[in-house]
Design a protein around this ligand. Structure first.
Ligand SMILES: NC(=O)c1ccc[n+]([C@@H]2O[C@H](COP(=O)([O-])OP(=O)(O)OC[C@H]3O[C@@H](n4cnc5c(N)ncnc54)[C@H](O)[C@@H]3O)[C@@H](O)[C@H]2O)c1
Length: 327
């Protein structure tokens, strides 16, 4: 099969390309940039801005499957301070990629949505009821990023209803793991906490946003890729959750990072920083029914692998930083 992965220079796209290559497909990667941490295994890699329709046409040309993972996105700090830019960029990318997939007669199209589409009124307490797909409407999603995801979900659905495109709409819940960005402002909580712990010395306190009692579920990258492949093959055209249903506090996430670091560290809570909804969890009933599977990596296993990778990247870059400072 000939498959295009847009956003192939990013975290999930890069892992997906590796998986599709291992399955024996011919893969085209497309992104504004190449992957940062290891070379892409794609057969062809286009550096291209997918906000432009002609670039989307080139990306989708001759492809059987489209995984549209390109997006302007980041952690809670980034998505809560760039509503206009991010919404505009992502609406353009998604609208043009859908049309390009239609024009080039792609067989299947996968759109990665987000748990940010769920209404804030369902997520006010730590002890949140897991979110079912139907809970997204009536809508009150996260400002900017969440509204854009919900709009693009709808648009993807219209392309199925009126243009016959065979679509998948997958709502990711906090994906983390090695080869994800861990500094610079776009990183998510698991990577940010791993970085802070890796840079800390025994006895230090690391900054945690909020009181740490806010709850989430975190899904390891290998499970995300496995789930995406299963959902693509499932035929399910309705929005579907892809996440862990193991609800934990951010404090418990921090404890898992501290254990993985082997250091004796303390938490310093900053209550002025954004922390998103109070609680969020994935209801995996539809995922299990559709794929016969759900994420299986424990938080401890996933954090151990992520911490090890981030600590080794920091150790690799440290001598370069010191040299640059000396020069
Ligand atoms: N990581 C998560 O926890 C998570 C959660 C929910 C949804 N998602 C969605 O999954 C998808 C992939 O996320 P990710 O974590 O790999 O993010 P990422 O930021 O690592 O990857 C996105 C990639 O898109 C590229 N991109 C941005 N603008 C582009 C443009 N104009 N043209 C071409 N490429 C462009 C970026 O350069 C980046 O490499 C996104 O749609 C994201 O919204 C991710």
């Amino acid at each position: 099969m000939r498959v295009v992965v847009t956003g192939a220079g990013g975290f999930i796209g890069h892992h997906l390309v590796n998986r599709l290559k291992a399955e024996g497909h011919w893969v085209r990667g497309v992104d504004l940039k190449r992957p940062e941490f290891s070379p892409s295994s794609a057969d062809e890699f286009l550096i291209s801005d997918l906000r432009l329709p002609e670039n989307c046409l080139r990306a989708a040309e001759g492809m059987d499957d489209v995984y549209q993972l390109a997006a302007d996105m980041g952690g809670i700090g980034y998505i809560t301070t760039n509503h206009a830019l991010l919404t505009r960029n992502n609406v353009l990318i998604n609208a043009h990629m859908l049309e390009a997939a239609r024009l080039s007669r792609a067989r299947r199209y996968l759109y990665p949505s987000s748990a940010c589409v769920y209404p804030s009124f369902h997520q006010k307490s730590e002890d949140v009821t897991p979110l079912k797909e139907a809970d997204a409407i009536p809508a009150d999603p996260e400002k900017g990023y969440g509204w854009e995801k919900l709009f693009s979900e709808q648009l993807t659905g219209y392309y199925r209803e009126e243009c016959g495109l065979d679509v998948r709409i997958v709502r990711f819940h906090n994906i983390y793991g090695p080869m994800g960005v861990y500094d610079g402002g776009r990183e998510k909580a698991p990577a940010a906490i791993c970085r802070k712990a890796a840079l800390a010395s025994n006895g230090d306190a690391i900054e945690v946003w909020g009181d740490g009692e806010q709850t989430r579920s975190f899904c390891y990258i290998d499970d995300c890729i496995e789930g995406m492949r299963r959902i693509m093959e499932s035929g399910c055209a309705e929005p579907i959750n892809l996440g862990s249903d193991n609800l934990v506090t951010v404090n418990r996430l921090v404890d898992a990072v501290f254990r993985a670091s082997g250091k004796s560290l303390k938490r310093a809570h900053d209550l002025t920083k954004p922390q998103g909804v109070r609680g969020r969890n994935s209801d995996n009933t539809l995922l299990k029914k559709t794929t016969g599977w759900q994420p299986e990596t424990s938080l401890e296993e996933g954090i151990e692998a992520t911490y090890r990778w981030i600590a080794s990247e920091i150790a690799k870059s440290a001598p370069r930083t010191i040299l640059a400072e000396v020069n």
